[in-house]
Design a protein around this ligand. Structure first.
Ligand SMILES: [Zn+2]
Length: 208
């Protein structure tokens, strides 16, 4: 297989990219200047060596300090952030969008997905075991006071929230930890990935 076919196949593994789009990327690269290709190669090289997943919130981050034994992202390491609030989001992009609003100063946990209705193996679809471990950890440190669900306003999001409320109910109940949900936006679908500052801020303030 030649390089263009190999690259096409690789691009097709990207989320939402079909064969045509993948080919378009390859042709774009073929036309692009040498300098651009070199930048892309260098960025990928760096990602290969420094990309880590945070052991607390499961976000991905670049860490140039390879000798650093701790795999925590800059948010989890930041001592100025509020340890009492934990926000549960579906995916990385949601976390990024919320951070961009600058309106939230608590902690995060990325579930890695949402549950379809009537699923039998929730723990294979979302990081529920990891979430329970994380909450136990926070409880041991006596730091947690509130868990905020910031999940998609869809059937899947609702199923996931109900499942988590049930699963976490006992642990959370023992310690009087509050569970809340972001208020639903003015329009019915609050898409966190595209949320703007004011909408998010209002959804956060009106959480219940
Ligand atoms: Zn983290």
């Amino acid at each position: 297989m030649n390089a263009t076919d190999r690259l096409t196949e690789l691009f097709m593994r990207f989320p939402g990219i079909g064969p045509k789009q993948a080919k378009r990327f390859v042709y774009f690269l073929l036309r692009e200047h040498f300098h651009f290709k070199e930048q892309l190669i260098n960025a990928l090289q760096e990602l290969k060596h420094t990309g880590k997943q945070c052991e607390r919130c499961y976000s991905f981050f670049g860490d140039k300090n390879l000798k650093n034994p701790k795999s925590k992202c800059h948010i989890c390491l930041n001592e100025n952030r509020d340890e009492k609030i934990l926000m549960i989001v579906e995916k990385e992009l949601d976390l990024d969008a919320i951070e961009k609003t600058g309106s939230y100063n608590g902690q995060y946990f990325i579930l890695g997905g949402v549950l379809p209705p009537l699923t039998e193996k929730p723990s294979e679809l979302i990081r529920v075991r990891e979430l329970v471990a994380r909450i136990y950890d926070d409880i041991t440190n006596d730091s947690l006071e509130e868990i905020i669900f910031a999940l998609p306003v869809t059937d899947y999001g609702d199923v996931t929230k109900e499942y988590l409320e049930k699963t976490l109910g006992q642990i959370v109940g023992m310690k009087n930890i509050k569970m809340s949900t972001l208020a639903r936006g003015l329009s019915s679908g609050l898409e966190l990935e595209y949320v703007d500052r004011d909408t998010f801020k209002s959804a956060l303030e009106r959480r219940q």
